[in-house]
Design a protein around this ligand. Sequence first.
Ligand SMILES: Nc1ncnc2c1ncn2[C@@H]1O[C@H](COP(=O)(O)OP(=O)(O)O)[C@@H](O)[C@H]1O
Ligand SMILES: [Mg+2]
Length: 110
Amino acid sequence: MTETLLKIEGLKTYFFTEAGIVKAVDDVSFEVRKGESLGLVGESGSGKTVTALSVLQIVPKPGRIIQGKIEFKGQDLVGKGEKRNASDSRKRDSCNFSRSLFLFKSTLQS
Ligand SMILES: Nc1ncnc2c1ncn2[C@@H]1O[C@H](COP(=O)(O)OP(=O)(O)O)[C@@H](O)[C@H]1O
Ligand SMILES: [Mg+2]
């Protein structure tokens, strides 16, 4: 079977606002295999953008990934962003992946 590059499991990203908790992403799971393209489809406000921001680990405050697994090439990315270093070849892969997702995100927002 083709290699799984990205695996999202039980992802929950909430915004802790003064008005209350916004459950922007609530238990989302999907996989992307090598060579596959994945589109996120849903009505406005359903969490497409926040899903992409979560994968990239750039969720703005007061948002936070509160639960779930984000694996890229088998490496868990949640909370690990600051631990990667230049000698880690996976960092390059992650950056390329990030660029791809940014393009993807622009498409979603257009
Ligand atoms: N900075 C934020 N503060 C509070 N709620 C937010 C913030 N950003 C997004 N949300 C909420 O998260 C939910 C999902 O938003 P979003 O991912 O942008 O939806 P989509 O991209 O599918 O239109 C919406 O209810 C939105 O209002
Ligand atoms: Mg959006």
